[in-house]
Write a protein that binds this ligand. Sequence first.
Ligand SMILES: [Zn+2]
Ligand SMILES: [Zn+2]
Length: 266
Amino acid sequence: MTITTNWHTHTFRCKHASGDVEDYCRAALTQGLTTLGFSDHTPLPDRRWNSVRMEMEQLRDYTDAIDEAREAFPDLRVVKGLECEYVPEFTGVYRDIFRGEYEMDYLAGGAHWYPYDGEWVGLYGPDMTPAMLAAYADYIVECIASGLFAYIAHPDLFGNAYYVWDGEARACSRAILSAAAAAGVPLEFNAYGLRKPLTDTPTGPRHGYPWLPFWELAADYDVRVLVNSDAHRPQDVAGKVEEAADIVREFGLNIILDPLVAADDA
Ligand SMILES: [Zn+2]
Ligand SMILES: [Zn+2]
């Protein structure tokens, strides 16, 4: 199976990507995709972490751009979504404003921060201790259980800040994998990580994510895996997705192309 879909696409609005909806659509057709899901970084009502996300005031412009692209690119299935930090107190905003008022087709749960000891800690931030890793796992499990998200983006992003594959890493991964299997929520294998430089770790250089032992362990669970490019530039709209899919297949995992189709109907 060739990867003909990408459900993880950003635009210039998040302040760290380039190109607008139509540029990604054009690139998607050139690169052989048939479905393109937009999942720019969600704004939050209190403007939290807003240096890497759009403003609430830009939501209408974003959804208008997607609606226009649906007309302009009839050969491409264009899907409307947001990549969300899961902040439990904003559950009503995700449901009523994003899914409701702005008619998002889906929300992706993507954690770049996690709550630990009363604070939010960044996954590109300080090295994680086992206690921090456990807090991250609890948070992702909650995120899955919330029922808000069509898939979980880069669940193995903790590999950025936790370096050794040990008992704690296995326990954290098992918690996430079993929650995803129980809830039927797909997990994303993120090809952006494959396009980034390697990180030095005590056991040698590797990608911060995808962290391959996580995916090796995933074979023990009935999880569905979505391969996405996590494009931040139009030319990367299908960047390294085939290479990513080869890795996922080697682990014997179940690749899906549409997270909006329930497991039973696939
Ligand atoms: Zn981003
Ligand atoms: Zn992203």
